[in-house]
Design a protein around this ligand. Structure first.
Ligand code: GLN
Length: 536
């Protein structure tokens, strides 16, 4: 089958969940036996989101090939189990950078370089790139932003051209919002009509409409929308708020969205999609009655998207273990030696979150000390692992000034140090230790038991490392280095045996946890938290 392209745009307002709709459709097409990948085109000028503050853009997701990516790529992987790559996330910045580099090389042979055709051609080239690998039947392309934004115009023009060139091998889905007027007790279709008009003015006729709504959309209203927007009646879908994002594929399937897409694209439907494992997972969400309470110690607690992959990995593990997740955010800036007992009361397990910079760091040490002394199951991730190491150095080894050189460049006890190859780097973007690296685990350690293997591969995103000069001292005092990179011998995992569950990973296991493949370390951590809760 020739590769088919599905474009997903959004209108009326942002944050409607284009990423979840794209992921859900990919999940369904997968379940019909097709190979699918999703890519995101973001209209901002940053080359990638790696340099963006989480307040701007939520979590930065990392692909196996070391690309710092939009957090939607996390949803894509969680819903499809298919790894993404640098090619799955392209920004305006990268498009312009490529075009300007080509111009400097003289590739345009003296032509005036313009938005149309040069920028749009570069966008089109990037849209088609993954299709050319021959690995995918469907490529879903999500266009970031909202129709009507100045900055999305070149992307929409590229979609218009591709739609024309690809004919039946292309399809456009537009996601809009149906506001509900409480006073009139009525859903309103006008914003959708306007948004579709705006797309039509740009030369794009959507084939499917997905309407985000808080209430069921009556049949008559769907007919009206179909009529006003030139789409067939069976191609108007509602996306009603669900208790869990993982219900969305089932909700779309119940409206036959998968069948409509396949039929419109002349691809065989192949009967019912194989959604049994997904159904089982959603059933588990609904049937869990017991709760496990996890504290997440971080500095972005007011921001739900900052720790997206951790939240989802925790949720998946809890669901598989038939528990509801009660996640409590603990603001590391507010933690003191005096209030730590009160702020951490009732937790069955604690995550010390990743992060950068000094803000809130002392609170993380306080939380870690409290967890270690009270033997709470604790999971330190990246900066969280570094905090475990620093806290141990301060309070067990007795180096009260121990620190990471990130926080204190002149610390005499630099237990977390800058990697040699990082010392000469001045650019901030794309220069960290990024992407998947091999790691060898010590047989018999908590982590090796959890993975059921001693050879693993996990994704990284950091500049600093455990300082090997201290390894022996830590091990003698009870903190074991149980994971190391087989080539560089960098320490990747520490744990304190004898504790209920005290593990720190320099890598980010959360990026690899998916619905159908929950991460073994999160499962093991939640198991320990449940056991601790039961023992209380
Ligand atoms: N700031 C730390 C480093 O760069 C940890 C980074 C992280 O938690 N992702 O090494």
């Amino acid at each position: 089958m020739e590769t088919k392209y599905i474009f997903v745009t959004g209108g009326v307002v942002s944050s409607l969940g284009k990423g979840i709709i794209s992921s859900s459709l990919a999940c369904l097409l997968n379940a019909h036996g097709y190979h699918v990948t999703i890519q995101k085109f973001d209209p901002y000028i940053n080359i990638d989101p790696g340099t963006l503050n989480p307040y701007e853009h939520g979590e930065c997701y990392v692909t196996e090939d070391g690309h710092e990516a939009d957090l939607d790529l996390g949803h894509y992987e969680r819903f499809t189990n298919v790894p993404t790559s640098k090619a799955n996330n392209v920004t305006t910045g990268r498009i312009y950078k490529n075009v300007i580099e080509k111009e400097r090389r003289g590739d345009y042979l003296g032509k005036t370089v313009q938005i149309i055709p040069h920028i749009t051609d570069e966008i089109k080239r990037n849209v088609l790139l993954l299709g050319e690998t021959g690995k995918f039947d469907f490529i879903i392309t999500e266009i970031g932003g909202v129709v009507g934004d100045i900055e999305s115009l070149p992307f929409l023009e590229a979609v218009r051209q591709l739609r024309w060139e690809l004919g039946d091998n292309a399809l456009c889905i537009h996601l809009t919002y149906m506001p509900y007027l409480q006073a009139a007790k009525e859903l309103k279709t006008k914003p959708t009509q306007h948004s579709v008009k705006q797309l039509q003015q740009l030369g794009i006729q959507p084939d499917l409409l997905v309407l985000r709504t808080e209430h069921d959309i009556p049949e008559t209203m769907r007919e009206k929308i179909a009529q006003f927007c030139n789409v067939s009646r069976n191609a108007v879908f509602q996306s009603k708020d669900c208790a869990s994002i993982y219900e969305v594929p089932l909700m779309l399937h119940s409206q036959k969205m998968d069948e409509v897409v396949l039929t419109k694209m002349h691809a065989p439907v192949n009967g019912e999609p194989r959604m049994k494992p997904w159904h089982d997972f959603v059933d588990k969400i609904h049937h869990a009655t017991e709760t496990v309470t996890i504290g997440l110690v971080g500095k972005y607690v007011e921001l739900q998207d900052a720790y997206k992959s951790i939240n989802e990995a925790l949720f998946q593990a809890c669901t598989y273990l038939d528990h509801k997740l009660n996640l409590k955010y603990i603001h590391s800036e507010k933690l003191t030696d005096e209030n730590v007992g009160e702020m951490m009361e009732g937790l069955d397990g604690v995550i010390i979150a990743p992060g950068f910079g000094n803000r809130g760091i002392e609170g993380k040490f306080i939380a870690q000390k409290w967890c270690r002394e009270n033997d709470i199951p604790t999971f330190g991730i990246c900066l969280g692992m570094q905090c475990m190491v620093i806290e141990f150095a301060r309070n067990v080894l007795g180096y009260s000034d121990a620190n990471s050189v990130e926080m204190d460049p002149s610390t005499p006890h630099n237990v977390i140090d800058m990697m040699e190859e990082q010392k000469h780097i001045s650019d901030m973007g794309g220069t960290m230790r990024l992407g998947a690296y091999d790691c060898r685990l010590t047989p018999g350690s908590i982590v090796a038991e959890a993975y059921g293997s001693s050879e693993i591969r996990e994704r990284h995103r950091h500049r600093y490392e455990f300082n090997d000069a201290y390894r022996e001292e830590f091990e003698k005092a009870g903190m074991k280095c149980v994971g190391e990179n087989p080539q560089s011998h960098l320490v990747e995992v520490v744990e304190i045996p004898g504790k209920r569950w005290m593990v720190g990973t320099q890598y980010h296991p959360e990026y690899a946890s998916t619905v159908l493949n929950p991460h073994p370390l999160f499962l093991s951590f939640i198991e320990a938290a449940i056991a601790y809760k039961t023992s209380k």
